[in-house]
Design a protein around this ligand. Structure first.
Ligand SMILES: [Zn+2]
Length: 211
């Protein structure tokens, strides 16, 4: 049986990190809408050109266009071996549309405390020169605000400031709560505890999927 997985979880829940491990373990591709958009733009497909004009105008890509791009990607790539979809679907409308061209086997819900997300994202520090990600508690540079790798200035992105993280969490909870209920009702939701490190999360994941 192919694993057709979607990952649901707030920013900072470790979806990307876990996806890398699951991808290697199950030999399935990890697909984000970001990747799909970039590939279509590079290939200059009609939808790629459309999404480029939307992004260039600084607008958000609407539901219909996003669904059309994901559908096109699935049609081209086949996806028989399974997949991890990250960042899609975000709405019930997108979930309904996905169900028309692919059968999700598990909706993996990353269950995480807001305080853990705040610590993870709120502690993130980025080097202005080389872009390396430091962490105030877990992996701080030796000298405060100076990058060990390149000597550049290490700072906190506006997005990672506590008020901004709170807001991102709130937006996520509002948008996605209906989606977890949607997949729960279909018997596809798998809750995993995402409060620990990636090894712990992977253990929970394997147990939940009987791997
Ligand atoms: Zn640096």
């Amino acid at each position: 049986m192919a694993f057709n997985l979607i990952f649901l979880g707030p920013p900072g829940a470790g979806k990307g990190t876990l996806a890398l491990r699951v991808k290697d373990m199950l030999h399935i591709p990890h697909i984000s809408t970001g990747n799909i958009f970039r590939e279509a733009i590079t290939a200059k497909t009609p939808l790629g050109l459309k999404v480029k004009s939307i992004i260039d105008a600084g607008k958000l890509v609407d539901d219909d266009t996003t669904v059309a791009l994901v559908k096109e990607y699935f049609a081209q790539s086949g996806m028989q071996a399974g997949y991890i979809l990250d960042g899609f679907p975000r709405t019930i409308a997108q979930a309904d549309a996905l169900a028309l061209f692919s059968t999700v086997t598990h909706a993996v819900n990353f269950d995480i405390e807001d305080t853990v997300v705040l610590e993870r994202l709120g502690g993130r520090r980025v080097c202005r020169s080389c872009g390396f990600n430091w962490h105030a508690s877990f992996n701080p540079p030796k000298q405060a605000n100076v990058c060990d790798k390149c000597g550049g200035e290490v700072y906190t992105r506006d997005d990672d400031k506590p008020e901004a993280v709170q807001k991102r969490l709130l937006v996520y909870r509002e948008q996605t709560a209906p989606l977890t209920a949607y997949y729960r009702a279909k018997g596809l939701l798998v809750d995993i505890d995402a409060n620990g490190n990636v090894e712990t999360i992977l253990t929970h994941f394997k147990k939940a999927l009987n791997l």
